[in-house]
Design a protein. Structure first.
Length: 258
């Protein structure tokens, strides 16, 4: 069976999977790869959860939930994009609304032993929700004022960056031991660099973006396809990468205790 037939029957959708150089086909393929990667990561985290110390199982469980939720949404996004050739923006933001706050929960869980309070958790969740809601408004409903909504979303994003870099998360991590401090430092780079992929996708997918990047006469759907590719790559790196950092921290703690 060919990869094309394994993926989806090309006769049943709007995307021609045999047009390998077409941007829509490339986008559809990244949805497929993202779906499979999220499923594989979920299986890994759920099974490995039982091979680490009990106090780290909740963190790995959350990592598995993040990738499993993403897998379910990528399954539907893959099908929607294949059938219509359009960007599944609504499904994507539903996914982010569930998974991004859970990624923020990870910071709370790994610093809880050092005294992290619920107020920190709510700060992270609140900032992530503001970031997502304003991003959705700028990308779908108020596209003509996408710059304004993007700035608000970006402000919430940089607030999370500050909390992890110099704020409560960083301070608690420093008191939790070198392993936790190292893990938080790596996660910080995921937030700073990895999450920066999403503003890039926003810029490419909204009218004018922040850089006036849309060219006169070029179909806006082309930029939406690029936006989806950027988002798909970003999701795979950030969601799976986050979980792997937590896993590495749990394993290192196991080795210390041995």
């Amino acid at each position: 069976m060919s990869l094309t037939n394994l993926f989806l029957d090309a006769s049943g959708g709007a995307v021609d999977l045999t047009a390998y150089t077409d941007i829509t086909t490339v986008t559809s393929f990244t949805f497929f790869v993202g779906c499979m990667a999220m499923m594989a990561a979920s299986v890994f985290f759920f099974f490995e959860m039982w091979n680490v110390d009990k106090k780290w199982r909740t963190s790995l469980l959350v990592s598995g939930l993040i990738t499993f939720i993403a897998f379910v949404h990528y399954y539907y996004m893959r099908g929607y994009h294949f059938e219509t050739g359009e960007s599944p923006t609504f499904f994507r933001y539903v996914d982010w609304t569930l998974t991004v706050p859970l990624m923020c929960v990870e910071f709370y869980l790994i610093t809880k032993k050092a005294g992290a309070k619920m107020s920190l958790l709510w700060k992270l969740i609140f900032a992530s929700v503001i970031m997502l809601v304003t991003g959705y408004l700028g990308e779908t409903i108020y596209r003509d004022s996408s710059v304004m909504w993007g700035v608000i979303s970006g402000a919430a994003y940089f607030y999370i960056v500050f909390l992890v870099w110099k704020g409560e998360v960083a301070q608690l991590a420093a008191n939790a031991g070198p392993a936790v401090a190292k893990a938080v430092k790596v996660l910080f780079w995921f937030v700073l660099v990895g999450w920066a992929i999403y503003p890039l996708g926003y810029i490419l997918g909204t009218p004018g973006g922040f850089l006036g990047i849309w060219e006169p006469g070029v179909d806006s759907e082309y930029y939406k396809q690029i936006m989806d590719i950027v988002y798909n790559v970003g999701d795979a790196i950030n969601k799976i990468g986050f979980g792997l950092v937590i896993y590495a921290l749990a394993v290192s703690k196991n080795e210390e205790a041995a």
